[in-house]
Design a protein around this ligand. Structure first.
Ligand code: F6P
Length: 344
């Protein structure tokens, strides 16, 4: 009997459990396959930690956030004998295919292991939506909804206090969440890594709004937004196993600079952080995650290994992992131009 293992790596995203559920349902019901889960991403495959996954184990999981399998940012290529242990564990446990749910880091590992002989099929996951090869990763729209709801709330308090409210959102090196949430929440300024900012220009804009009678403003800043010629703001020393520093702090940096340049303006900051990743996926992400899970099992059935299930327009297609990994998808700058129309 064909045995499929499922693994989720990297930061969690709302909808991982919906993918796992879809994989298990499709694999067992339609093809009579066996399914197992791998604990905590690549870490579990290095250590050979599997959990049985059947219809009962995955029932009721559609709305559940997080990952029932756990996740980690383990990079097997940074661990002693990592790749060799993974290949050995897969073989000894008679795994015929591994469905890897991940963003760029996790899928880059999947691609390298595929080249070494591991039969991987990938599912695109990240709230950042920065993965190449697909229009949308699951989890992104849920993060946008949460950020938009936060903006709606900040709007009323900003207006009441005549303040500048700054919402710092996730997204690492791209501004997808900031741009979509900013557009949906009517932000007056959206700062994204793809368009480094000039603080004087930001202040001039706030002043212009004041002169037109708007004595409050909403700014959305992606955590990776940086000043022209400057660097992203980080709050940790060192980097993770994939070389990423922890980003964060741009909101407070902006508030300080704005208050220094515009003495009469009061600024406050909200860092949304992991609230964007926790909790239930919205309906769109449940449906997308389900389609990705079912599509991934079909790729296994066809033997299309080394590929990722992807959304192109309204069609699901398979994309070779070599065309996905290491190619960051930055925001559509045409959409940024549209957002600017509403900066006021
Ligand atoms: O990649 C997803 C993401 O949420 C980024 O937006 C963010 O920079 C990072 O993960 C945070 O990682 P951690 O959960 O390790 O703090």
């Amino acid at each position: 009997m064909v045995k499929i293992a499922v693994l989720s790596g990297g930061g969690d995203a709302p909808g991982i459990n919906a993918v796992i559920r879809a994989v298990v349902r499709k694999a067992i019901q339609d093809y009579g396959y066996e399914t197992v889960g791998v604990k905590d991403g690549w870490r579990g495959l290095i250590d050979g930690e599997f959990v049985p996954l059947d219809l009962k184990a995955t029932s009721g999981m559609l709305p559940r956030g997080g990952s029932i399998l756990g996740t980690s940012r383990t990079n097997p290529f940074k661990r002693k004998d990592g790749p060799r242990k993974i290949l050995k564990n897969a073989q000894e446990n008679m795994i015929d295919a591994i469905i890897v749910i991940g963003g760029d880091d996790t899928l880059a590992v999947a691609y390298r292991l595929f080249e070494l002989g591991l039969p991987c099929v990938a599912v695109p996951k990240t709230i950042d939506n920065d993965l190449a090869g697909t229009d949308y990763t699951f989890g992104f729209q849920t993060a946008v909804s949460i950020a938009c709801e936060a903006l709606d709330k900040l709007h009323t308090t900003a207006e009441a206090h005549h303040r500048v409210m700054i919402l710092e959102v996730m997204g690492r090196y791209t501004g997808w969440i900031a741009l979509w949430a900013g557009l949906a929440g009517g932000a007056d300024v959206i700062l994204i890594p793809e368009r480094p900012f000039n603080i004087q220009e930001v202040c001039d804009h706030l002043r212009r709004r004041q002169s037109r009678g708007s004595n409050f403003s909403l700014i959305v800043a992606a955590e990776g937004a940086k000043p022209k010629g400057g660097k992203e703001i980080t709050y940790s020393r060192g980097v993770d196993e994939f070389g990423h520093a922890r980003l964060g702090g741009v909101g407070y940096h902006l508030a300080k600079e704005i208050e220094a340049l515009c003495k009469d303006i009061e600024a406050r900051v909200v860092v949304l952080g992991h609230l964007q990743r926790g909790g239930s996926p919205i309906a769109f992400d449940r449906v997308l995650a389900t389609q990705y899970g079912v599509g991934a099992v079909d790729l296994v059935k066809k033997g299309t290994f080394g590929h990722m299930i992807a959304l192109h327009g309204n069609r699901f297609v398979s994309v070779p992992l070599k065309d996905v990994v290491g190619k960051r998808k930055t925001v559509d700058l045409k959409l940024y131009e549209i957002a600017k129309v509403f900066f006021g």
